[in-house]
Structures are given as structure tokens and as C-alpha cells.
Design a protein around this ligand. Structure first.
Ligand code: T5A
Length: 213
């Protein structure tokens, strides 16, 4: 089986930046890498992503939101992640099951046990070997996220449904992530995401090097 690495954290914590840097780092080492994101990463998943991140003003209740994320995940694991791991690839995923516990559980208030059950159903037993949790103050993360959105996402397709949630929501999400990391310290490595991009990347590479060796 290959190696499965996930990135987690609040909005703007630098996941996508670090995910891309790690992808290049691993490719330079000669590893075969599959880099994907949630929600998305499959044909159906990318279509559901559009609804989830910009519903065009249509309300989505927390339970519907949960099942839309799980539908994306079920497709992604079955068609993309599972086969890649079986063929010994290194899979890097920008968000996975922990996002659902943090956002739909701690953020929206759905029971954690219920989420764990549907997470397991969608992921079909596939679990990350290591998860990097980029941690930082939610206010500072949102500031970064809005800057990126305003610079790159224009027009009606702005992916900003979660950024529009208040600071209290994002503080609960962060708290959820930190609790998850305390429950699974071996898998979830907490990295201070407020620092310089290169320092954060260095910490991530150090962990990955140890695992690969
Ligand atoms: N979601 C997802 C759920 O609710 N449940 C689920 O089960 C799943 C899977 C996904 C949304 O869906 C939710 C969570 C999310 O709200 P998304 O667009 O993928 O949406 O959102 P994010 O992953 O949060 O994307 P962001 O871009 O907001 O955050 P990132 O990826 O953490 O940050 P990044 O790397 O894009 O950086 C943001 C900006 O900061 C700069 C970057 O250049 C960029 O401009 N930056 C730094 N600046 C200074 N110092 C650093 N160290 C920096 N690192 C990055």
C-alpha cells in the first residue's frame, strides 16, 4: 500500500500552499504522487463542490451539507484514492475526514459519533497515515483567505460560503481540530501555520522524511 498524507486547518491556514510545496518535494525525490482536494477530486465531487462552496444564495441545512461532503468523499475514495494507494502511490489530500468532524461537528453542531459513522461509511476504511494540522488564529487565517479570494475569485463563482461565517464559527472549528489532535497525537501533527511559508514547509518535510525512511 502507498502512503496517505492529509492537510487540515481553518480557512487561510496555508494548507493549499503547503500541499503544493510537499507535492514538489516528494516528486523531486522520485516518488509517484497523486495530489487531490476535498471537496472535489472526482467528476461528481467537483460538481458537488460548486454547490457546497457557492450555493448561489440557496440555503443548505447542516445535515444536507454533511451528506454532500460524504458523497464527494465516497466517490473520491472509490475511484481515486483507493486505486492510487493500491498501486503504491503517495496520495496527498487537501482536507479529508477531520474537516467533517471540525466543520460539521464542532462548527455546525452535528453529533460527533454520527459523523464518525458516516465518515467511515464514505471512506470505506481508508484512513490517513499522517495528517498535518496547520494551526493559527482564526481571525488572521480569515484575513489571509479573504485576500486570496478577492485576488483570484471574481464574479458569481466565488468560493466563499464558509469564509462568510462569523469568527465564532471558525473558533469552534479550530477548537475541534485541536481536540482531534489531542485524541490522535501520533497521526495528527500540529504545525504552527502563522510562521513563514519556508519554516512551515521545513517542519512538514522533517516529519515526512522520518516516515519515508
Ligand atoms: N469543508 C471541507 C467542510 O465543511 N467539511 C468537509 O468535510 C470538507 C472536506 C473547502 C471548504 O469546505 C469546508 C472547509 C472549507 O471551508 P476550500 O476552498 O478548499 O474550501 O477552502 P480552504 O481549504 O480553507 O482554502 P483557503 O485557501 O481558504 O485556505 P488554505 O488552503 O489553508 O490557505 P492557502 O494556502 O490557500 O493560503 C491562503 C492565502 O494565504 C497565503 C497564500 O499565499 C494565500 O494567499 N499564505 C501565507 N501568507 C503568509 N504566511 C504564510 N505562511 C502563508 N501561507 C499561505
Amino acid at each position: 500500500m502507498g502512503l496517505f498524507i492529509t492537510f487540515e486547518g481553518i480557512e487561510g491556514s496555508g494548507k493549499t500552499t503547503q500541499f503544493e510545496l510537499l507535492k514538489s518535494y516528494l516528486e523531486k525525490m522520485g516518488r509517484s504522487v497523486l495530489a487531490i482536494r476535498e471537496p472535489g477530486g472526482s467528476v461528481l465531487g467537483e460538481r458537488i463542490r460548486e454547490i457546497l462552496l457557492n450555493s448561489g444564495g440557496v440555503g443548505i441545512c447542516p445535515v444536507s451539507e454533511l451528506f454532500l461532503y460524504e458523497a464527494c468523499r465516497a466517490e473520491l475514495v472509490k475511484d481515486v484514492i483507493g486505486p492510487a494507494l493500491k498501486s503504491n502511490k503517495t496520495v496527498i489530500c487537501d482536507r479529508f475526514i477531520d474537516s467533517t468532524i471540525a466543520y460539521q461537528g464542532f462548527g455546525r453542531g452535528i453529533g460527533i459519533k454520527d459523523i464518525e459513522r458516516v465518515n467511515n461509511m464514505a471512506a470505506g476504511g481508508v484512513a490517513p497515515d499522517v495528517t498535518f494540522l496547520l494551526d493559527m488564529d482564526p481571525g488572521a487565517g480569515l484575513e489571509r483567505a479573504w485576500k486570496r479570494i478577492n485576488a483570484t475569485n471574481t464574479g458569481i463563482n466565488r468560493e466563499d460560503r464558509f469564509e462568510k461565517e462569523g469568527l465564532e464559527f471558525h473558533s469552534r472549528v479550530r477548537e475541534g481540530y485541536l481536540r482531534l489532535s489531542m485524541a490522535e497525537p501520533e497521526r495528527i501533527k500540529v504545525i504552527d501555520g502563522a510562521r513563514d511559508v519556508r519554516l512551515v514547509h521545513g517542519d512538514i518535510c522533517a516529519v515526512v522524511d522520518k516516515i519515508i525512511r
